[in-house]
Design a binder for this molecule. Structure first.
Ligand code: ADE
Ligand code: ZN
Length: 339
């Protein structure tokens, strides 16, 4: 382990962009397939891993939706989330805001309540057993229509105690944020915080729409915002944070080489950036691997890495008193001689 790896491992971290279904490791997928008598398209773990060679977002999404087919019962959602929480805690992740895709499950006949119950039970156990606090953000699948999103929002209303925010994910190009204007307006009126994937593969105009049409509080990815100077200015002025996912960008060919990753340019432009893992079971790394990979490719200093980790807590949707305590704990941890 290099000195930088050790620094990264010791940094307290907040993860703000992780799809819980994207944490389904092939070993658990096959175990759940056996438990639930589900037939998978690949013969074994090795064959599945070999298929994780993506050329774009859609290539990945096709396998991601297939993978979900093993999640049937409350216990499956519990096991999925608990495995991720254990891994996150082992990397000194102290706080998580995770996405889930209810339409990926309700469309297969799984009750919305089953999904929520399993995830919420894992959250409670992670907090009690691992000291890891987490909150849920429900995403709409943007390749489905707004009416489907509206029905999904209806189902979330009785779970406002558990779901803090609404997001937008899945296939980006051809599905601009403005298609979801009305359902996002209603979500805002219902008190949810709002995020959207924008500028991952889609053009800067999608980021403008996420800000001006949907009224989002944070941007997921946002890479292509850098193509539009006025947009960069706006993001900096409003202090809108970006949840950047370096290994995801590499594996989905959003960047050709990690050395081309825009994270350093984002920092230099005054943007509030965070580092996250997106779908770590598919992209070859959790939080520490994402920090290490982009950090070494771009020559980021220990101060940069520390500031990015701190941004994760600052850009989180924690209530003010909790955020203040988390930032104090962060500052104390990095002052200790071990870091
Ligand atoms: N769903 C899961 N991961 C995603 C990503 N990186 N972009 C869009 N939708 C997703
Ligand atoms: Zn994502």
């Amino acid at each position: 382990m290099t000195d930088t790896d050790a620094t990264i491992a010791r940094l307290p971290k907040a993860e703000l962009h992780v799809h819980i279904e994207g944490t389904l490791e092939p070993e658990l997928m096959f175990a759940l397939a056996r438990r639930n008598n589900v037939r998978l398209a690949h013969s074994d773990v090795a064959a599945l891993r070999r298929a994780y060679a993506f050329t774009n977002l859609q290539d990945f999404l096709d396998l991601y939706y297939q993978g979900m087919s093993v999640l049937l019962h409350e216990a499956d959602f519990y096991d999925l989330a608990m495995a991720y929480f254990r891994k996150a805690a082992s990397q000194n992740v102290r706080y998580v805001e995770f996405f889930f895709d209810p339409q990926g499950h309700t469309s297969r006949g799984i009750a919305f309540e089953t999904v929520i119950a399993g995830l919420a039970r894992a959250q409670a156990d992670a907090e009690a057993q691992l000291g890891l606090a987490s909150r849920m953000i429900m995403c709409f699948l943007r390749h489905l229509d707004e009416a489907d999103a509206e029905r999904t929002l209806d189902q979330a209303l009785k779970h406002k105690d558990k779901i803090i925010g609404i997001g937008l994910d899945s296939s980006e190009v051809g599905y601009p944020p403005s298609r979801f204007k009305n359902v996002f307006r209603r979500a805002r009126e219902e008190g949810f915080l709002l995020v959207a994937h924008a500028g991952e593969e889609g053009p800067p105009n999608y980021v403008w729409e996420a800000i001006d049409v949907l009224g989002i509080d944070r941007i997921d990815h946002g890479n292509r915002a850098l193509e539009d100077a006025a947009l960069v200015k706006r993001l900096a002025k409003d202090g809108l944070a970006l949840t950047v996912c370096p290994l995801s960008n590499l594996r989905l060919c959003v960047v050709k080489d990690m050395k081309d990753h825009p994270l350093r340019r984002m920092i230099d432009a005054g943007l509030k950036v965070t580092i996250n893992s997106d779908d770590p079971a598919y992209f070859g790394g959790y939080m520490n691997e994402n920090f290490a990979s982009v950090g070494s490719a771009l020559g980021l200093s220990a101060d940069h890495l520390m500031q990015i980790a701190r941004n994760g807590f600052e850009a989180s949707f924690m209530p003010a008193h909790m955020k203040e305590a988390a930032l104090d704990a962060f500052d104390q941890a990095i002052r200790s001689p071990a870091v």
